[in-house]
Write a protein that binds this ligand. Sequence first.
Ligand code: PEP
Length: 253
Amino acid sequence: MRRNLVVGNWKMHGSSASIDQLLCGLQQQLTTVCSEQVDIAVCPPAVFISQVSKQLAGSIVACGAQNASDQQEGAYTGEVSATMLAELGCQYVIVGHSERRSLYAESDAGIAAKFIAVQSQGLTPILCVGESLIQREAGETLTLIEQQIKAVVDVAGIDAMARAVIAYEPIWAIGTGKTASPEQAQQVHAHIRQVLAADDPAVAEGIQLLYGGSVKANNAAELFGQQDIDGALVGGASLKAEDFTAICLAAIN
Ligand code: PEP
């Protein structure tokens, strides 16, 4: 049986002091969550990874990053490499979040390069895919998701997916308070598994597929109850210890 995974994406929020407070709250409240039952990670802004990683040492919560360079070293001003993230103790890296695709013009090819760079350092990429409202209304969702996944599989190979996580995040549901219905999310997750199964059924069966888009304490359980939803990528609700803990508790299976 696949384990559920809940990942907090803190985006560009927080200060050293507020993060310290959030982590203390999480560590207190998550004592009821057994590491045998659910995987948990938080992805702070890059400048706070060192602090978070040290504070989480020995806890059941892993540390991740929100982005990584497709290069490992060199004259790339402002970039942070997967090598550096590994040295800081990261286990996961979010790759291809819709905010990076839309605000920073990240292409499918560039995302595939980042995915490979992250895996080359032994880190687990969380590959984000998702459609806009216009694409959903045009009936393009499943085709688009398939394209976004194939763009990575074609370059990295299907075996690479055995060491990755995929997060389905409909863009219209991110930060809007509008969640995809459990049925809408399940339909896409089942399709993702089908796309992967055409290349390797075992990889398709084993991969953790997260849903992201306004996941809250009050809708998490219903989403996690779907056959092909194995946890969540959580933005807004990951900034409050109580809310994030409630989502982690709902993910225990
Ligand atoms: C996200 O940014 O990945 C996300 C899902 O955000 P939110 O939970 O706030 O919709």
